[in-house]
Write a protein that binds this ligand. Structure first.
Ligand code: ATP
Length: 267
């Protein structure tokens, strides 16, 4: 790990009326690491993600990416900077094939000039070839060849999750935001997801910022973990350090389901 700071979040705060969803949260994500946000339901994890994606505007605090304040970037410009994300509830075009979803995803993120498109200028043709090449590469990387021409609507849920990952990777991100990659997956599929995340980090060198509930997945893939509760930072450290933190254990005890997950992964 080079230690270079890719993303820096400083005193980030967001209020929804009287609810402080995120309260003075600060952390830094280093290039090449898998950094995971954990915390019981309602802790503020997804809100942090939505602030980074510029879906929400912070009430206070700042986010910078490679030293550049994200506040100066329009929401549709975030992807062009090299930040891609997946969603908790998969967001794919159901009536398009896997290949088409990846091509659409890439086009949305790499907008070219209208005149270039209309005139089909040489630069546009070269970019088109590069797009095809990249998309095929991602299909191979995630072992999706078998589903390449299948409509998303006909795919099992577990495969759709991988397609969503593929769509994000096709945009060639430097930073990949994964919102609960294991949600809706069975134990075996969650194990596969852990391998994909490790391959994305080790083989593609992509930095990952993830929100995740499944503590076995968190422990397997994360370099560092930040635990949140009620909008605030509780602990930051390695997966083992954070799981052993008294404040984290106490916060999880408030939620029987989350506490079970924490206990199982420490066993
Ligand atoms: N759009 C919104 N309007 C009002 N309150 C919101 C909104 N989004 C989130 N909240 C509130 O902000 C707090 C943090 O929610 P958030 O969804 O970020 O938590 P989370 O840690 O991602 O939880 P979960 O694990 O259940 O997804 C909660 O109290 C939630 O009710």
């Amino acid at each position: 790990m080079s230690g270079e700071i890719l993303l820096s979040v400083e005193d980030l705060t967001l209020r929804f009326g009287g609810v402080v969803a995120v309260n003075k949260v600060s952390f830094e994500v280093r290039r090449g690491e898998v950094f995971t946000l954990i915390g019981p339901n309602g802790a503020g994890k997804t809100t942090v993600f939505n602030l980074i994606s510029r879906i929400y505007v912070p009430s206070a605090g700042a986010i910078s990416y490679l030293g550049r304040p994200l506040a100066s970037v329009a929401p549709h410009g975030v992807a062009a900077l090299g930040i891609a994300r997946t969603f908790q509830n998969i967001e794919l075009f159901e009536h398009a094939t896997v290949l088409q979803n990846l091509l659409i995803g890439r086009h949305v993120h790499h907008r070219r000039s209208l005149w270039g498109e209309l005139l089909f200028a040489p630069g546009v043709r070269a970019a088109e070839r590069q797009t095809r090449r990249k998309v095929e590469e991602v299909i191979d990387f995630l072992d999706l060849q078998h589903y390449r021409d299948t409509l998303v609507a006909g795919l099992p849920y577990g495969v759709r999750k991988v397609v969503e990952l593929a769509r994000a990777l096709a945009t060639e991100p430097k930073l990949l935001l994964l919102d609960e990659p294991s949600s809706g997956l069975n134990v075996e599929e969650t194990g596969d997801m852990a391998f994909w995340i490790q391959d994305i980090k080790n083989d593609l060198g992509i930095t990952v910022l993830m929100v995740e509930h499944d503590m076995s997945l968190v422990s397997k893939v994360s370099d560092r973990v930040l635990a949140m509760n009620q909008g605030e930072v509780l602990a930051l450290g390695t997966p083992a350090e954070v799981q052993a933190h008294a404040g984290v254990i106490e916060a999880y005890l408030g939620s029987a389901e989350d506490a079970g997950s924490l206990r199982r992964s420490r066993a």
